[in-house]
Design a protein around this ligand. Structure first.
Ligand code: PEP
Ligand code: MN
Length: 337
């Protein structure tokens, strides 16, 4: 159960509210930062909740959520979450397209790709500076040098940038450069990392763990929200199934499910979702038709030479065709791209 205290109460009044609730024998957890007027109460029934409102002062509302994720739920917040990232509205009517190479490999080619995706209609530029690779012998990313190249590409194109953070020790550094910080599939349940990201101002895009249920994914978003960060984007990127022809199985059904359970914007990564560039176009169309609020697409000007994820990367001209096709799908459901 969630208790929302009026935002204008003093610290002393808030402490009094907490004390009264604890005296009722319930567990009380106070959310942090921007969400600090929200108390999560454990150990009481819905019926008892009604009496709480009557007996404790300063309470705005009491919400019963039938799921373990509470701040992320539609019960807690019915209206969808919409926020702005350097002029790009996330979660609004327009389907937002994030695109770029998997990794920042070298300055010249990255700047070229950045201009190409901008000209094709991308809203946000992607590029990994810290790469979570399955093999320790694979390219690990340019690290801070990569972040500097991303910042230069932002300067050049005017596109906000999204990039991945791998561990809690580099949160501060990555947050200094990134407009949106990405949590990869392998880190979805790195709770120490999530707690740190919950404290920053930057929006966070959290990918679904490759073996995570939708509930586990939403619980990870809950970590960010409970620490005070309410600019959270969910991103479906494919899950492990018995199918081997694709790299992952893109769970299209997760889009309407996550959107009905949660007020958070839901994005889709059709590149990691399939692992093969040929299927990125149809799966992007399917994702938008199913209600995705945005896409995260890998684009590389020379996929065969890519140091990471070449087989799933679109050539810039193919990406441009994709954006054009998406306009038509979006129109049919009353949205734009
Ligand atoms: C990526 O976006 O390049 C990436 C590593 O994604 P994922 O975490 O979904 O594998
Ligand atoms: Mn990749």
């Amino acid at each position: 159960m969630i208790v929302v205290v009026r935002p204008d109460v003093s610290d002393r009044e808030m402490a009094e509210v907490e004390r009264q609730l604890k005296d009722s024998g319930w567990g009380v957890y106070r959310s942090k930062g921007r969400n600090s007027s929200i108390l999560r109460i454990s150990g009481c029934s819905g019926e008892e909740a009604g009496n709480v409102v009557k007996s404790v002062p300063h309470i705005d509302k009491v919400v019963n959520v039938p799921y373990p994720f509470e701040l992320a739920s539609r019960e807690f917040k019915e209206e969808k979450t919409v926020f702005n990232v350097k002029g790009v509205e996330i979660g609004g009517e327009k389907v937002v397209v994030m695109a770029g190479p998997c990794a920042v490999e070298e300055k010249g080619s990255f700047l070229q790709s950045a201009v190409a995706v901008k000209n094709a209609g991308a809203d946000i530029l992607r590029g990994g500076a810290y790469k979570p690779r399955s093999s320790p012998y694979s390219f690990q990313g340019l690290e801070e040098e990569g972040l500097k190249i991303l910042a230069e590409a932002r300067e050049l194109t005017g596109l906000p940038i999204i990039t991945e953070v791998l561990d809690q020790h580099s949160v501060e550094k990555v947050a200094l450069y990134a407009d949106i910080v990405q949590v990869g599939t392998r880190n979805m349940q790195n709770f120490q990392l999530l707690k740190e990201l919950g404290k920053i101002e930057n929006p966070v895009l959290i990918k679904r763990g490759m073996s995570a249920t939708i509930e586990e994914w939403l619980m990870s978003a809950e970590y960010l929200l409970s620490e005070g960060n309410d600019k959270v984007i969910l991103c479906e990127r494919g899950i492990r199934t018995f199918e081997t022809f694709t790299r992952n199985t893109l769970d299209i059904s997760a889009i309407p499910i996550a959107k009905s359970l949660s007020h958070l914007p839901v994005f889709v990564d059709p590149s990691h979702g399939t692992g093969k560039w040929r299927y990125v176009h149809p799966m992007s169309m399917a994702a938008v038709a199913a209600g995705a609020d945005g896409l995260l697409v890998e684009v590389h000007s020379s996929p065969k030479e890519a140091l990471c994820d070449g087989p799933q990367s679109l050539l810039p001209e193919k990406f441009s065709q994709l954006v054009n096709s998406l306009q038509k799908v979006a129109e049919t459901i009353g949205r734009t791209v």
